[in-house]
Design a protein around this ligand. Sequence first.
Ligand SMILES: [Zn+2]
Length: 267
Amino acid sequence: MQDNIIIELLGIKDKNVKVWEISRNADHSMCVDLYTEKRKQKCPHCGYKTKRVHGYRNQEIQGPSLPYGKVNIVLRKRRYLCQACGKTFYERLLMVGYYQRVIRSVQNEALMYAAFGSFKTAARWANMTVTRLMRLFDRREIKTTRVLPRAIAIDEFKGDDAGGERFQTIIVDVENKEIIDILPDRKVDTIKRYLRSCDTGSVEMVVMDLSKWFKKAVCDELGDPLIIADRFHFMRQVYWALDEVRREVQGEVDKRTRLHMKRSKKL
Ligand SMILES: [Zn+2]
């Protein structure tokens, strides 16, 4: 079978993951050895880009249960060394979440089972322990309808270039100071779709910057909540307005005064 078909069958979405070897054990279970291609990584500590390899570790991942037996996956993970700050870190992979050892497609399978049966049955069907399945639910790895709190904040931030998007949107529970979700981009449609997928019945306040796009998304989906501009965004708007006035005045005065004003933005 072709390697890329196997990768697809295993539910692996990361294009950097390649098949090294496939072997079959005496008990009919399959073992798939995977590796990744070396490529430039961004240091999660300081942002410097590096290709320097620090070492390797084999990580065992539980694969799906196929009708003819279990699939065990061994991934050779690479640890990089950042030459700027000296720290080491594992490469980021889309196939496995950072701290969990269950491949994402198995999680989805488990979710489906759990929708029909008890945790115990679901765990048995998905071939994982009940504790592990419960933990996945606790960590909210498995999606349920999100109930948004009374006050939320929506803001964009420069993320990690996931999927080629420079900006991501973060949704925060203001009163409990907790991150609720991170959306893949900052498009109005994405935000609207997200809000629509949530239970927004109790949202009364939305803190955000003064972008009319965010405002449109929020008003379209939430009706008429109290919109609060946070201090930073409010001050930035004031600063821009002031700066505009400065430029205007600057254009009208004589050359010497103009140069003086230009050099003293904080005047
Ligand atoms: Zn670094």
